[in-house]
Design a protein around this ligand. Structure first.
Ligand code: SF4
Ligand code: SF4
Length: 380
């Protein structure tokens, strides 16, 4: 009997040989023998082997299939170190909302062209990338979103679309080539609408339901602000009951349109308390010994690349230089270089570097996270 690598699985040669399942978002580290075996399974002839237990496991996890599948696999080459696994791609900075906390400072009209997106994704795939996070502005407002969407199946990546939900419709969902949709929900109705505009909560929740009904995985991201502090228990219940897979909670950084005089920003002492909320794995992990964003890079709508969108003013060049060249210019944050001195360093990873910087010291503590861990300590 022959077995074949399933269409959702792709070998990735990261820091260790691995196989990635783009639909379930699982990354499996492999020993060299298993990697070679699965490499043979990705050929047209498929493979057979006496290690029935490993095959059974791979069949169970959806990594192998007994159906011959004729798909062209990307070339397998070793990823740069550290590996670039998550790419945030801001395809447009157009938006149909004017959220008070948005980091996009003023009205701009930049877009990545379809050709640029194709080149970026091709190089990202060659660099053994795992997940592309398609963001904006509102990405569905890209002037050629249809063509961009048609490109996506070419790439063995997990595609996640970030949206405010306003333009999500049953019709659109029939054609959307992504595995996951992340909707921003910043509180229950009153609090969310304060930040994002009248009726935007009802529309966002409708989008969540439509996406789930159409079979997409749905995640939610929430910003802590002064108007939503009483909503977190109820949001937790609502999102779990609705079937959301991942809920990310964060405190907005003071940049772009958000100013401290909106009255919506929270102090570290207050904001830290709410960072205990959220569930799931989050969208970009790190690795032992390193701080935030070790495997993440962002590309802005004007083609500039940087560690993450908050660092757009301290960019690593333009994608026209090539994605890998930009990636090499981003220095990883080593935990031992930080001025953090607490027992939670490996768990916290020094929090958010940009937040630490806005609090006055790029190597210093992210006080929001410190207050979170103070609370955790008292409950242990
Ligand atoms: S600086 Fe903050 S936003 Fe940027 S990668 Fe690190 S944790 Fe994420
Ligand atoms: S930010 Fe605070 S809690 Fe996190 S590692 Fe640094 S000192 Fe510890």
């Amino acid at each position: 009997m022959s077995y074949f690598l399933s269409p959702d699985a792709c070998l990735k040669w990261l820091e260790t040989p691995s196989v990635y399942h783009a639909r379930t978002d699982e990354l499996y580290e492999l020993d060299e023998a298993s990697f070679d075996f699965l490499r043979r399974c990705s050929s047209e002839e498929g493979c057979s082997d006496s290690d029935g237990e490993f095959i059974d496991y791979c069949l169970h996890e959806g990594i192998l299939s007994s159906d011959p599948i004729n798909i062209i696999r990307p070339a397998l080459s070793k990823a740069p170190q550290p590996s670039l696994r998550y790419l945030e791609l801001q395809i447009t900075d157009r938006c149909n909302l004017r959220c008070k906390h948005c980091y996009i400072g003023k009205d701009q009209v930049h877009e990545l062209s379809v050709g640029q997106v194709r080149d970026i994704l091709r190089e990202f795939e060659q660099m053994q990338g795992l997940r592309v996070l398609i963001t904006g502005g509102e990405p569905l407002l890209h002037s050629n979103f249809l063509s961009l969407n048609n490109l996506l199946p070419e790439f063995s990546l997990r595609k996640v679309l970030f949206s405010n939900g306003l333009l999500i419709s049953r019709q659109l969902l029939k054609t959307l080539n992504v595995q996951e949709i992340q909707i921003s929900i910043d509180g229950l109705e009153k609090a969310h609408d304060i930040l994002r505009g009248t009726n935007s909560f009802v529309k966002a929740m409708r989008a969540v339901h439509l996406c789930l009904e159409a079979g997409f995985e749905v995640s939610v991201s929430t910003m802590v602000h002064t108007a939503n502090l009483n909503d977190f228990e109820e949001m937790d219940r609502l999102f779990r009951e609705t079937g959301v897979r991942d809920w990310t909670v964060d405190v907005p950084c003071v940049s772009g349109r958000l100013t401290t005089n909106t009255g919506l920003s929270v102090s570290p002492e207050i904001g830290g308390r709410y960072l205990k909320y959220g569930f799931g794995q989050g969208l970009h992990g790190s690795s032992q010994g390193y701080g935030c964003g070790l495997h993440l890079m962002s590309v802005m709508a004007d083609g500039r690349a940087s560690k993450c969108t908050f660092y757009s003013d301290n960019n690593a060049g333009s994608v026209e230089d090539g994605l890998e060249n930009c990636w090499k210019r981003i220095a990883p944050v080593r935990l031992r270089d930080l001025e953090c001195d607490c027992e939670y360093l490996e768990a916290c990873r020094g929090g958010c570097r940009f937040r630490a910087e806005t609090l006055g010291n790029p190597l210093g503590r992210d006080l929001y996270r410190c207050f979170l861990y103070d609370i955790i300590k008292t409950t242990e």
